[in-house]
Design a protein around this ligand. Structure first.
Ligand code: 400
Length: 273
């Protein structure tokens, strides 16, 4: 399918959101009537931030992935000033807005999402891809309520581990914060952070100052508030994922077998409320 897309192949609709370097719009591909999301990135901004190689990697990685909980990238094209990514349309929008609206998710909804993400990460790691940026802002909700991992801008194939850091520290594991070598265990750490944030509405090591967040991460200063009530099983799972020594973090297949997941996650991977 080396089809060469052009902007006139699409009828561009309303803006859906914005991220680094550009915006995303709903669009209809005229020949097939298929609804997609068109991510428009400005070449000027990509160039000045030296992220062209990162974008090429995002396209290369995401275009070859096929998983129900990973947002499809159907193709891309560019013109004089912009790069366009043709992405799967996630009809129920951004997860972080839903989390902000609900304050925190129920144990059933959280476990269902964590199980879906665990299956998606097992698939990714099987392809030697680390996402490295699993956080609510990069998660979308499909038409049936299923979770979709988006924005592979920070993902890498495990052989090359060079990276530069920007954005929130909250999700970074000790080995990335301490700039030591890291591998796919970073995604297990982020899954633990995400599980905590789904249940409590805030990430575990949040602090006013970056330096304080950094200290709490490297110390794994994990505290569970009394409110909202969270079951001991959920705390047990989080405690087994937020472990400083990356080799001792609960492997993803063990996460899926954990009693809290088995008892709370909807087997279909879809939270029906
Ligand atoms: C994750 C950030 C990333 N985003 C994508 O790649 C994105 C890819 C992609 N596919 N589908 C999306 N859907 C939406 O953004 C969306 C938002 C709100 C919606 N609703 C509003 C409330 N209403 C009640 C229901 C419908 C529905 C869909 C997005 S975002 C990005 C990165 C850089 C530049 C732009 C975007």
């Amino acid at each position: 399918e080396e089809k060469r897309w052009v902007l006139s192949d699409f009828e561009v609709g309303k803006p859906l959101g914005r991220g680094k370097f550009g915006h995303v719009y709903v669009a209809r591909e005229k020949r097939s009537n298929q609804i997609v999301a068109l991510k428009v990135l400005f070449k000027s901004q990509l160039k000045q931030s030296q992220v062209e190689h990162q974008l090429r990697r995002e396209v290369e990685i995401q275009s070859h992935l096929r998983h129900p909980n990973i947002l499809r990238l159907y193709g891309y094209f560019y013109d004089q000033t912009r790069v366009y990514l043709i992405l799967e349309y996630a009809a129920k929008g951004e997860l972080y807005k839903e989390l902000t609206r609900c304050k925190h998710f129920s144990e059933r909804r959280s476990a269902t999402y964590i199980a879906s993400l665990g299956r998606a990460l097992i698939y990714l790691h099987g392809k030697h891809v680390i996402h490295r940026d699993i956080k609510p802002e990069n998660l979308l909700i499909g038409a049936q309520g299923e979770l979709k991992i988006a924005d592979f801008g920070w993902s890498v194939h495990t052989f090359n581990r060079r990276r530069t850091m920007c954005g929130t520290l909250d999700y970074l594991p000790p080995e990335m914060v301490e700039k030591t070598e890291h591998d796919y265990h970073v995604d297990i750490w982020s899954l633990g952070i995400l599980c905590y944030e789904f249940l409590y509405g805030v990430p575990p090591f949040e602090a006013k100052e970056h330096s304080e967040t950094y200290r709490r991460i490297v110390k794994v200063d994990l505290k569970f508030p009394l409110k909202p009530f969270v079951s001991p099983a959920a705390k047990d799972l989080i405690s087994q994922m937020l472990v400083k020594n990356s080799a001792h973090r609960l492997p993803l297949h063990k996460v899926l077998e954990h009693p809290w997941i088995v008892q709370n996650a909807d087997p279909s991977g879809v939270y029906r409320g």
